[in-house]
Design a protein around this ligand. Structure first.
Ligand SMILES: NC(=O)c1ccc[n+]([C@@H]2O[C@H](COP(=O)([O-])OP(=O)(O)OC[C@H]3O[C@@H](n4cnc5c(N)ncnc54)[C@H](OP(=O)(O)O)[C@@H]3O)[C@@H](O)[C@H]2O)c1
Length: 372
């Protein structure tokens, strides 16, 4: 039997269908080419600012996402002030100093989120601050000391320094964690978007301390912005994977490593969003460069269950031993959708999950985290 698409269609409709497909393909090629130009640092957005000579600051510069923000900023010609907790620690600085353009245009400063005024020197004179620094781990014994203080007071410390220095725009790295924990059901037909806010009380009840830290930090940032007329743009990325610039592992890429390093015969019975670190970094920069950028941006390429990741990895790397069942016998945790309308308004098309997984695993190989 002929495939369904070949069955007795009127010729006119066939041609129309083909033409539409060609137009869709051309438009998709155009979007991909535009996204690639943006990744390479070429200004393709109407109103994009010329970067040469502009001074910006990235907090927590040595972290996974921030290192990529620093790299893309340098590639685009910006001069960057990066803050780290210890500028003498080679694990935190060598990979940054090795970036193209870093010799001339990257300056590192010591700063700690818990110290009032700590960011003043790094932020002074900057047109934009990318605030990425915040502790990222999920098993806190003392949530207040380990997560909440740095996230919330730290964000306010940074914003106060921004206000003092009359920074034009602050781009804050929040998280989908501060979007989705609100008790609404998440099922395949549900579309999450930027109007969703996590509820602190629910995070506390669930003892989701990292989620609480991001929710309270974002809440505090919006309040500061309103009270002080400080422009902020908030980025809400989901679980971030993709190539590592820094030499050490970070929490989110470990989720992929744990699937491929034989550490467990099972995969989590859980589904959440995934996105490539290169896209997250680019979205931050466009949030600064595109004049009309505003509010929050969910950054999620796709929501996928861990068992789907296992299938994708199995296709690409058939010889790696992978988990062959879920951690429990419950029904598979449902997926949901996340709207891409807002992030597309910045001119972005997100890198497919398959590519992000491949880039993550290749990066693990290159850095010696796996031996295959
Ligand atoms: N990775 C994800 O999946 C994901 C998803 C959504 C949102 N985010 C957010 O993205 C941001 C970066 O996360 P990441 O994944 O890149 O994590 P990461 O690699 O662990 O980076 C976290 C950064 O925060 C800094 N930091 C922590 N406590 C600090 C303190 N008291 N003072 C100064 N700096 C401090 C760290 O500085 P040191 O280098 O000095 O340790 C590090 O540079 C965070 O705000 C995180 O919540 C991450």
């Amino acid at each position: 039997m002929a495939p369904a698409s070949h069955q007795h269609k009127p010729a006119l409709l066939d041609r129309g269908g083909d033409a539409e497909t060609r137009a869709e393909r051309a438009s998709s090629h155009q979007k991909k080419a535009m996204a690639e130009k943006q990744r390479q640092g070429l200004n393709v957005e109407e109103g994009s600012s010329g970067a040469a000579g502009k001074l910006v600051c990235v907090t927590g510069a040595s972290g996974y996402i921030a290192s990529w923000i620093v790299k893309l900023l340098l590639d685009r010609g910006y001069t960057v002030h990066g803050t780290v907790r210890d500028t003498a620690d080679p694990n935190k600085t060598l990979h940054l100093r090795a970036l193209d353009g870093a010799n001339d245009r990257l300056h590192l400063f010591n700063a700690n989120l818990l110290e009032e005024g700590s960011f003043d020197a790094a932020i002074d004179g900057c047109e934009c601050v990318f605030h990425a620094a915040s502790p990222v781990f999920f098993a806190a014994k003392d949530p207040k000391a380990e997560l909440l203080d740095s996230a919330v007071s730290g964000t306010l410390n940074v914003l106060r320094s921004c206000k003092k220095a009359s920074v034009r725009r602050v781009v804050i790295t929040s998280s989908m964690a501060s979007v989705i924990v609100n008790g609404k059901p998440r099922t395949p037909d549900v579309i999450v978007d930027e109007t969703w806010f996590s509820l602190p009380e629910l995070c506390k009840k669930n003892q989701q301390w990292y989620t609480l830290s991001k929710t309270l930090a974002e809440e505090a940032a919006w309040k500061f912005s309103k009270d002080n007329e400080q422009e902020i743009i908030v980025m809400n990325p989901t679980m971030v994977i993709g190539p590592l610039l820094q030499p050490t592992l970070n929490a989110s890429v470990e989720a992929v490593l744990n699937l491929i390093n034989g550490s467990s015969p099972t995969c989590p019975n859980y589904a959440h969003g995934w996105v490539n670190v290169r896209d997250v970094a680019l979205a931050h920069i466009l949030a600064y460069e595109v004049p009309s950028a505003n509010g929050r941006y969910c950054i999620v390429e796709r929501v996928a269950h861990y068992s789907e990741l296992v299938k994708i990895i199995c296709k690409m790397y058939p010889n790696i031993p992978l988990p062959d069942k879920c951690a429990d016998d419950e029904p598979l945790f449902p997926t949901y959708q996340v709207s891409k309308d807002k992030i597309r308004s910045l001119g972005m098309e997100l890198i497919p999950l398959e590519t992000s997984i491949k880039e993550t695993i290749e990066s693990f190989k290159e850095k010696g985290f796996v031996a295959f």
